[in-house]
Design a protein around this ligand. Sequence first.
Ligand code: ADP
Ligand code: ADP
Length: 233
Amino acid sequence: ASVIRIRQLCKQYGAGEQQVKALRGVDLDIQQGEFVAVMGPSGSGKSTFMNLIGCLDSPSSGQIILQGEDVSQLSANALATVRNNYLGFVFQQFNLLARTSALENVMLPLLYSMLPDEQHKHRALTCLEQVGLAQRLWHMPSQLSGGQQQRVAIARALVNEPALLLADEPTGALDTQTGLEIMQIFQALNRQGKTLVLVTHEPDIAAFASRILMFRDGQLVSDQQQTPEDASD
Ligand code: ADP
Ligand code: ADP
């Protein structure tokens, strides 16, 4: 089944002389269980694309169908609900709350969920176990390494059981070895069925995906399936 269907997606910023066409008619389906890497030069439209499929912004024209629901013209409030229900986000800079333990950081998104309160801790623990951090529940972000902080951020992104996990340069702030460990986690999640879309500049990181999208000047210029490299090698 398609997690996301995109039809003639366009996004313009500004108007008149200043107008920038950031996306110029993108067509794309992403199926459940895919691991997609998004690549392309600076200014090619990658962030615009991620903001649109992440329901952080609305297209100028065209359609985004997420889990069967047309999200292209929703209000800001309705988009926030869609984000909480269907999407998880991982960023380059982790974006954890300081002075808040790993466990509490992971529990935060559940504040807005329908899950009964007494199950929040158990759900967060399960996600921290999935990323191999069950021994660091009460550590503050400042007491964790960059790789450990990113694992907390991945657990937080998973806690609402999103249909789609979006990651923007998730290894960009990490050294090579730690970045590979993070890619092992993403690959394991994908092998358990999670659908992932990840932006990266690095071919070595994109190698772990099963599909590579290449953007240029606001258009999708290449869309290739590949046999993913094994991150556990
Ligand atoms: P990438 O992520 O590949 O670097 P972006 O999606 O950030 O590309 O940018 C695509 C184009 O849209 C660029 O020309 C950029 O300058 C422009 N752009 C992006 N965001 C805005 C904005 N908020 N206002 C005006 N122009 C923008
Ligand atoms: P709510 O209004 O329900 O609190 P939020 O605005 O916090 O919703 O957004 C819900 C989700 O969207 C969160 O998981 C958050 O991480 C993500 N999000 C919100 N703002 C941004 C942003 N500027 N960039 C990336 N992700 C964001």
